[in-house]
Every structure is written in C-alpha cells, then in structure tokens.
Design a binder for this molecule. Structure first.
Ligand code: FMN
Length: 182
C-alpha cells in the first residue's frame, strides 16, 4: 500500500516512529512539520536522519507542489500522527496552510482514508468541535488513549497498542498487542 504519514508537533513522536516501523514493506511517504522536529528532541533520542530513513519518500512541510499535494497522485491512506490541535484545526476547517494540510484536503476531496491521532489534554471546546468537524469531513479520529486490559508493562507496550489500533484502521495485520480474543 502507498501510505502518507504526517508527523506534527504534538506530544507523541514515538507513536509516529513505531508506526513507520510497523509499515515497513509498504510504500511510505513522510512529511514532518517544523514543530515536530522540535518535539522529537524532547521525546526521543533519535537523530533526524534515523527518522527519515524509515520512509522511502520524504517531503518538507513547505513543499506544496510535491506529489502528495495533488489529488491525481494515488494514495491509499494518510495518517497524521501525532496530530497537533493546530493541524487538527486547519484540517477540520479545510485550511491548506502547508503540505500536510494540503495533502489532507486533497485526500478528503478524493474520498480517501484520513486518520488523525489528535493529542492534547485537557481538550478545549474549539478542539472538541474541530474533532467533530474533522469527523464530519470524512476523517477517522483515533486519540492516543491509554488502555489497561492488555496489562502494559512499558511505554513501548502502551505505544504498541495505539499503533496497533491505527494499523487495524488501515486494514493491516500486526502483532503489536494481544487482541481481546487471542
Ligand atoms: C514539547 C512540546 C509538546 C507539545 N505537545 C503538544 C500536544 O500534545 N498537543 C498540541 O496540540 N500541541 C503541542 N505542542 C505545541 C505544538 O508544537 C504547536 O502548537 C505547534 O504550533 C504545532 O505546529 P504543527 O501543527 O505545524 O506541528 C507541543 C510543543 C512542545 C514544544
């Protein structure tokens, strides 16, 4: 599958890294916001180059004329992970201010799957309303919620559960957590 992963400046950079690793074998296109790189420095010990290596195709947030910003470029799905309230607000309201929000707008226009992983707490009323608007526009909203029923023992386990749920939305097999029935 051809998947576009967009990383924005909300807390949760490790979610994006684990998703990129889980998507190995697919054609991965990656765009990272400037603020996401800043959050990476706080949250992961990774170097920028190590992240970029996880995708076959990489774009800057200002590359508005890149293939991912055109509806004629086929794409199976787009995931914004983590999704900041800033980027959520732009997508929910159809504002195309960079390559990420432009790619989301064209994906919705083409009626493709757009998965948003919005992270903030507590949530403001505008953020809650933007989630509803994004859902109405055709996005799938999957907040990175903690669960306890799989008895997570580490941050990696908690991250794996959330990434597993994203993989399920993409219709992909994974072994990131033990499902209820297993
Ligand atoms: C360490 C750190 C953590 C942040 N966490 C969040 C967050 O969880 N959610 C959020 O909406 N913004 C968060 N922000 C603020 C965003 O980075 C900021 O709103 C930025 O403008 C988002 O831009 P982007 O959508 O282009 O990535 C955080 C910033 C820093 C420095």
């Amino acid at each position: 599958m051809r998947i576009l992963v967009a990383i924005t400046g909300a807390s949760g950079f490790p979610l994006a890294v684990q998703l990129l690793k889980a998507l190995k074998g697919n054609e991965i296109h990656l765009v990272v916001s400037e603020h996401a790189w800043m959050v990476m420095e706080y949250e992961s010990g990774m170097a920028k180059g190590d992240v970029l290596k996880l995708a076959g195709h990489v774009y800057g947030p200002d590359e508005i004329y890149s293939p991912i910003c055109s509806g004629s470029f086929p794409m199976d799905a787009m995931v914004v992970v983590p999704c900041s309230m800033n980027t959520l607000g732009h997508i929910a309201n159809g504002i195309e201010h960079n390559a990420i929000t432009r790619a989301a707008a064209v994906s919705l226009k083409q009626e493709r799957k757009v998965v948003l992983v919005p992270r903030e707490t507590p949530l403001t009323l505008p953020a809650l309303r933007n989630m509803v608007k994004a859902k109405e526009a055709g996005c799938t909203i999957i907040p990175p919620m903690v669960e306890y029923y799989t008895k997570p023992k580490s941050v990696e386990d908690i991250t794996g559960y959330i990434v597993g749920r994203i993989m399920e939305l993409l219709g992909m097999e994974h072994s990131l957590y033990k499902r209820w029935s297993e």
